[in-house]
Write a protein that binds this ligand. Structure first.
Ligand SMILES: [Zn+2]
Length: 418
């Protein structure tokens, strides 16, 4: 493993300059996908890439690829990047860090006069956030075949249903000519702020991301019988809310029972008729289960169904448990994860393995190419917030790990495969 270094001050300066595009009063960034500000950030990124000697290609869904040639032009590139769009009250680092860290890798290789065997490609994916246009991760999803191009282009603005992502990309000049998804990728690395509290609490600058959590989402409808709150004696009630309350408590207990990795959340409840002197006849609520292992998610599913059946029976209710969405756990590529870990060790950075709790473009890329991620801590574990912050030294550490992991793959491509 080589032990080269990026220029941390240049990385920080680029992040701060990029953050001025869409800067908010509270120190955050509002740069919604395919907005004028997104276009401005894209043009700045392209200018920087071209100044660094890269050849830029934009595909039909607006994904930007910037290629630094290698010795062997026939080899598929090692790709790294993230996204430039933000939440409406987003921060300076979510997404921007991965794109700027990749750019800093290329700039540092230029400084060193270092020629890799395989090409290196920087990428800025379109609409990762899914805030203006839902769902999230549309650019990488189209690239990897999760969405068809037509589906991706037809995605509608949540606040203006006649405005589509495709139309807005054309308007800002980023409905590119390149076909979507036709580029081979030898390996994909993505650096990102953790967006959670684990690394900061452990005092570690680098997290080796071994994969992303799987998710199971449910919609549960509990049906009892509406009745007057006064004349109906307690033993004769079929109170849907009492049943739902027991189910919600069970969801929380299931989360704790599969600690430390399980997450179990009820975030949406509707009570009907929602009247203070009527016994609730119907309750609708949602469940969000997450865990990195599929067999544990399956066990949580069993436990949820059993708990709902028991709670319903205890109150004389009916409970319908519908699975709404399933997203399997995504383990990252063992060899690439190993390279990230070795790069952290070679640089002397304390680190730990970590699972991504959020979705990232890397989760879709893992379907088509060997993939790994690098996390750096963010202050207070806070993200999707204007106060999102990160320490320059941690950002430098993550980019140094990215540089050496990318090099290991780009130089291995010729003989041992990426
Ligand atoms: Zn992100």
């Amino acid at each position: 493993m080589r032990n080269l270094q990026i220029n941390g001050e240049r990385l920080w300066a680029s992040l701060m300059e990029l953050a001025q595009i869409g800067a908010t009063q509270k120190g955050g960034v509002c740069r919604l996908a395919a907005s004028d500000l997104d276009g401005e950030a894209r043009r700045l990124f392209i200018r920087w890439c071209e100044e660094a000697g890269c050849t830029v290609t934009v595909d039909r869904i607006g994904n930007i690829f910037a290629r630094r040639p290698g010795r062997n032009p026939d080899l598929p590139p090692v790709m790294t990047g993230s996204h430039l769009d933000t939440q409406p009250t987003g921060g300076k680092f979510d997404g921007a860090y991965g794109v700027m860290a990749g750019l800093e890798v290329v700039r540092s290789l230029n400084d060193l006069g270092y020629e890799t065997e395989a090409p290196i490609e920087l990428v800025a994916w379109t609409n990762e956030e899914g805030s203006r246009f839902s769902p999230a991760m549309v650019g990488s999803g189209a690239f990897t075949g999760v969405f068809t191009l037509d589906e991706a282009l037809a995605t509608r603005d949540n606040n203006a249903p006649d405005v589509t992502l495709g139309g807005e990309l054309e308007r800002i000049g980023f409905a590119g000519p390149a076909p979507v998804g036709s580029r081979p990728v030898a390996a994909y690395f993505e650096a990102h702020i953790e967006q959670g509290p684990i690394l900061e609490a452990a005092g570690l600058p680098v997290g080796i991301v071994t994969g992303a959590q799987g998710q199971r989402w449910y919609e549960i409808t509990v049906t009892g019988q509406e009745a007057h709150a006064g004349p109906t004696p307690m033993p004769r009630r079929h109170d849907a809310l009492v049943g739902a309350a027991r189910m919600i408590d069970a969801v929380n207990k299931i989360g704790h029972a599969h600690a430390p990795y399980a997450c179990a959340t009820v975030g949406f409840v509707q009570v009907s008729p929602n009247s203070r002197n009527t016994i609730p006849g119907r309750v609708f609520f949602t469940v969000d289960f997450r865990h990195p292992q599929d067999d544990v998610l399956t066990a949580m599913d069993r436990e949820l169904r059993a708990a709902c059946a028991e709670a319903a029976a205890s109150q004389g209710l009916a409970a319908a448990v519908e699975e709404f969405w399933y997203f399997p756990p995504t383990p990252f590529d063992g060899r690439l994860v190993g390279r990230v870990r070795e790069a952290a060790q070679a640089q002397g950075y304390p680190h730990q393995d970590i699972i991504s709790g959020a979705g990232h473009d890397a989760v879709y890329m893992a379907r088509v190419a060997p993939t790994a991620m690098i996390f750096v801590p963010c202050v207070g574990g806070i993200s999707h917030n204007e106060i999102e912050d990160a320490k320059p030294e941690d950002l430098t550490a993550g980019a140094n790990v990215l540089l050496n992991a990318v090099l290991e793959s780009a130089d291995a491509a010729g003989d041992r495969g990426a």
